[in-house]
Design a protein around this ligand. Sequence first.
Ligand SMILES: C[S@@+](CC[C@H](N)C(=O)[O-])C[C@H]1O[C@@H](n2cnc3c(N)ncnc32)[C@H](O)[C@@H]1O
Length: 207
Amino acid sequence: MSETLASEDRRKLDSDDDARFYRQPRFVHHTDDAFRARLTDLYYERLPAGGSLLDLMSSHVSHLPADLEFDRVVGHGMNEAELRENPHLDDFFVRDLNREPDLPLDDGSFDAATIAVSAQYLQYPEAVFAELRRALRPNGIAIVSFSNRCFPTKAIRAWRDASMDGRADLVRRYFDAAGGFGENEVIRERPGNDPFYAVVARRVAGD
Ligand SMILES: C[S@@+](CC[C@H](N)C(=O)[O-])C[C@H]1O[C@@H](n2cnc3c(N)ncnc32)[C@H](O)[C@@H]1O
């Protein structure tokens, strides 16, 4: 796994413990209605019905289509109260990935993984994406979406300084650095006020 970010790229303006920042639950939406509707549509188009799904960096919402059934949905986040309110989750765990980037999940146990509007907060994304690859089955799909909004004090410098296309490149590099993912696809749209970006990749079969 190659180093994708220099140490200064990983810095946040607020270097205080992330757990403290996320201690209070936030039952809010982080993007506009049109962005969220487009994300739900993309999930409908790409996520495998009947499969097992990991929603990493989740909250009280997972943006999953109401009419798409999964065998199992596992969520991860920073605030237990938010995750408890998420109607899609069968199970969840809380973990600060900037302190512990490994995932307490079995190898090859998911058909799909999502990270919605959160990748900007990862200081060691190469390690987290490598864990994502490990937790996915061969051919499993990963969808990382983002817009131009964030908690600026908690986003890493590389993200803050990048253009929207530069952010897509960062996410592509995270997949490349993790290894074991095939060609990735960047989706760029403007469904409403908030730009809609998603990077989609699949774990290579047999890797
Ligand atoms: C803007 S919210 C997005 C939540 C949800 N995915 C959504 O679409 O509304 C950012 C999320 O990133 C996650 N997060 C932030 N910092 C983190 C960290 N250090 N370790 C793990 N997850 C973190 C938390 O789950 C937090 O809820």
